[in-house]
Design a protein around this ligand. Structure first.
Ligand code: IFM
Length: 457
């Protein structure tokens, strides 16, 4: 078992955060909602993908997930009972526009209206994400993110949401992890929609960047007071070995995974060395790199941080276009093999602050999966997760003391849920979900988090 350090003492840790700090937890629509045919929702690429044989572990799908669509009110009571100040959720585009264009489906909007009002009534700040990978299947059938048409459609969808919820939403994240969606969903094909090829992935990345701009503009036109952000996932990288090849591979990997995505958000364009590399390998196809210098200003940068990665040189394959690979973890790691490095969070935040100077940053996801722990005296004793949270929150506090303008922290996830291709076998929740009965049971980590928030009041 992982040893807790002194940071697990909630009072001392709580005092290191500013009074208005948004302590929360996060989920995403397809991972928790279920009710995929309710109230006019259209199919998404994740419905199609998860129902395709061999795509997810055990053929798991989000058909039921955590049944959150029907249990939203009791889930909000749970959130309030845990003392969370903020809750990050995503809006399912196919509930709002079942085919990805045309008039709004009012029943879909009503659901999120109730959710936002229910959060506010409980004193919890709603942080909404417009897109957490559930593209309407009808849009995919017309080319999905590989075509430019989808950019304008996404802008229209953003406007519909902002028109209805904009008077009550303090913050809105346009897109969650464009990197994962572009490279895993459209490069290696391990996520929906399962497209492959690095040139395709880069075209999708480009369109996601432009779609973020379109959404930010549309939201501001409808609801100027909303603070608009985007969530990028950034790992802490180290070279696997001492050699120059690994160092070069790591630099390229860093540019490919971080700056290719974060750079355009700040109007910096694509990293020039990597652009030349991609060009030389024939991966720059159908994109105008000058457009990566067009950026709608953001109010805050969301950072999803989970792990350290050790990078080695590797041959370029069309599935993974950068000549690098992530080697096995060294030392402490989570149940899915991700190497645990709280210091990496401090480093990642510090570098983003130094390189891009966002006005505000928020950790919009951070968490870990472990083997299901023993139940001791009726308590799900996830000591390893509690330790993970405590040490990463301590690292977040270190970053604040370093001068990083950090305004929030969201544990991933509120609930055990559908972990994409890994199905239900992988549990990230602060709250255990019994998928047979849908019973929710806060784990020891959730109780610890509540005591931190109580100490912070
Ligand atoms: O479950 C995912 C989430 O949807 C996006 N960020 C990483 C999490 C854990 O893999």
């Amino acid at each position: 078992m992982t040893v807790l350090d002194e940071a697990a003492e909630p009072g001392a840790l709580a005092r290191r955060f500013p009074p208005a700090f948004a302590f929360g937890a996060a989920t995403a629509a397809y991972q928790v909602e279920g009710s995929v045919n309710a109230d006019g929702r259209g199919p998404s690429i994740w419905d199609t993908f998860s129902h395709t044989q061999g795509r997810t572990l055990n053929g798991d799908t989000g058909d039921v997930a955590c049944d959150h669509y029907r249990r939203w009110a009791s889930d909000l009571d749970l959130i309030a009972g845990l003392g969370l100040r903020a809750y990050r959720f995503s809006i399912a585009w196919p509930r709002i526009q079942p085919t990805g264009s045309g008039p709004a489906n009012l029943a879909g909007l009503d659901f999120y209206d109730r959710l936002v009002d229910g959060l506010l009534a409980r004193g919890v700040e709603p942080w909404a994400t417009l897109y957490h990978w559930d593209l309407p299947q009808a849009v995919e059938d017309q080319g999905g993110w590989t075509t430019r048409d989808t950019i304008a459609r996404f802008g229209d969808y953003a406007a519909i949401v902002a028109r209805r919820l904009g008077d009550r939403l303090p913050r809105l994240i346009t897109i969650n992890e464009p990197r994962t969606h572009a490279l895993i969903g459209h490069g290696t094909g391990r996520h929906a929609p399962g497209r492959t090829g690095w040139a395709t992935a880069l075209r999708v990345a480009h369109h996601l960047h432009l779609a973020h701009n379109a959404a930010a503009r549309a939201v501001r036109a409808e609801a100027p007071a909303i603070r608009v952000g985007i969530s990028h996932d950034v790992a802490d990288l180290v070279p696997a070995g001492d050699g120059r090849d690994d160092a070069a591979a790591m630099a390229r990997h860093d540019a490919a995974m971080r700056d290719w995505f974060v750079g355009p958000t700040f109007g910096r364009g694509y990293p020039s060395d990597l652009l030349a590399w991609y060009d030389a390998h024939g991966f720059v196809d159908g994109i105008d790199p000058a457009e990566a210098r067009l950026a709608e200003p953001i109010d805050f940068l969301g950072v999803n941080y989970y792990r350290r990665e050790r990078i080695a040189a590797a041959p370029v394959t069309d599935g993974w276009g950068i000549g690098s690979r992530v080697v096995d973890h060294v030392g402490e790691h989570a149940g899915n093999g991700w190497e645990i490095s709280p210091g990496g969070l401090r480093a990642v935040l510090g570098r983003l602050h130094a390189d891009y100077a966002p006005a505000e940053l928020a950790i919009t996801e951070n968490g870990a999966t472990f083997d299901e722990p023993a139940v001791i005296d009726g308590m799900i004793d996830d000591a390893a997760r509690r330790s993970y949270l405590a040490r990463h929150l301590a690292a977040a506090a270190d970053a604040i003391e370093d001068g990083v303008p950090l305004v929030g922290y969201f544990a991933w996830s509120l609930l055990d849920n559908f972990e994409w291709a890994l199905g239900y076998g992988t549990r990230f929740g602060l709250v255990h979900v019994d998928y047979e009965t849908q019973a929710r049971e806060p784990k020891a980590s959730a109780h610890w988090y509540r005591s931190l928030l109580e100490a912070h009041r």
